[in-house]
Design a protein around this ligand. Structure first.
Ligand SMILES: NC(=O)c1ccc[n+]([C@@H]2O[C@H](COP(=O)([O-])OP(=O)(O)OC[C@H]3O[C@@H](n4cnc5c(N)ncnc54)[C@H](OP(=O)(O)O)[C@@H]3O)[C@@H](O)[C@H]2O)c1
Length: 249
């Protein structure tokens, strides 16, 4: 028997596993990459890959989610605020009685988020920092002044445990903005449902430049996550691809 709370949200329902309801949010990854699959330069400098049409699409996607998540690598490299930008999208959130901005989440095992990071200060709204047990207590105490801290895992953040906890907090739909290390970890743990990539008309190059899924990688055909293409759309001077991750049988 599925509780009414979950029946109302079909996407949350679609997260049901073989053995019943998985109490984890529905996860949508969204990134912009170059034609050669890079998310930024090898020095991890942010690059403008898409234009205003794609920015507007991403802002709508973000506004439709309960939370937006990044890894600590992205916070240190880009210092993003992760707020909803357009007035229309903000109004639409308020009309649905949700907060102005989605909950902003950083996956940060060692509590390295700088206390002055934009994500902690720009505009109102809830912030969550997921840390591991080994995180320095003083840093954690500092972050608690600005954010809710959840502890999952010993050395590094245990992503499935973190997702369960976020689900328990009522977060049903998360947009993951990157970067490649966090996305790889989420994909490897079977925690991603959809991937949207805007592929722009530039080549960034560099064997050490971040890609959609970094981390250790998969080694055998049986391990490779399989995707179903939902849509391919020409956009601006690139292409927008929308994938769904196939659930293993
Ligand atoms: N083009 C785009 O759309 C886009 C979007 C976002 C980012 N980016 C680019 O991506 C780059 C940053 O990517 P990144 O790969 O360096 O960093 P990242 O994916 O943002 O963060 C990775 C970090 O997350 C932490 N983490 C904690 N638990 C983890 C787990 N279980 N699995 C994986 N990661 C875990 C790890 O640090 P700890 O061990 O310290 O916790 C890890 O190093 C930047 O250059 C940024 O500009 C591009």
């Amino acid at each position: 028997m599925i509780p009414v709370f979950y029946q109302k949200n079909s996407e949350f329902l679609s997260c049901r596993g073989k053995f019943g309801i998985r109490m984890r949010p529905y996860v949508v990854v969204n990134v912009a990459m170059s034609a050669d699959g890079k998310l930024s330069t090898h020095e991890r400098r942010q690059v403008k890959i898409s234009g205003s049409e794609d920015f507007a699409r991403v802002d709508r996607l973000k506004a439709g989610c309960d939370a937006v998540m990044v890894g600590i690598g992205t916070v240190l490299a880009d210092d993003p605020s992760l707020t909803v930008k357009s007035i229309e999208n903000r109004k639409s959130r308020l009309s649905r009685s949700t907060s102005l901005h989605p909950v902003r989440i950083v996956v940060d095992s060692h509590a390295r988020t700088p206390p002055g990071a934009k994500i902690l200060h720009k505009e109102e709204g809830k912030r969550i920092i997921a840390v591991a047990k080994r995180a320095d207590r003083e840093r954690v105490a500092e972050l608690r002044k600005h954010a809710t801290v959840i502890i999952a895992g010993d050395e590094t953040v245990d992503l499935p445990a973190m997702m369960e906890e976020l689900g328990g907090m009522g977060i049903q739909r998360i947009m993951v903005e990157g970067g490649g290390t966090l996305i790889a970890g989420l994909v490897a743990a079977g925690l991603v449902d959809e991937i949207t990539t805007f592929i722009g008309n530039i080549i960034i190059g560099g064997k050490d430049a971040p890609t959609l899924a970094d981390g250790p990688g998969f080694t055998s055909e049986s391990e490779f996550p399989r995707l179903t293409l939902i849509e391919a759309q020409k956009m601006e001077r690139g292409v927008l691809l929308h994938w769904k991750i196939e659930t293993p049988a």
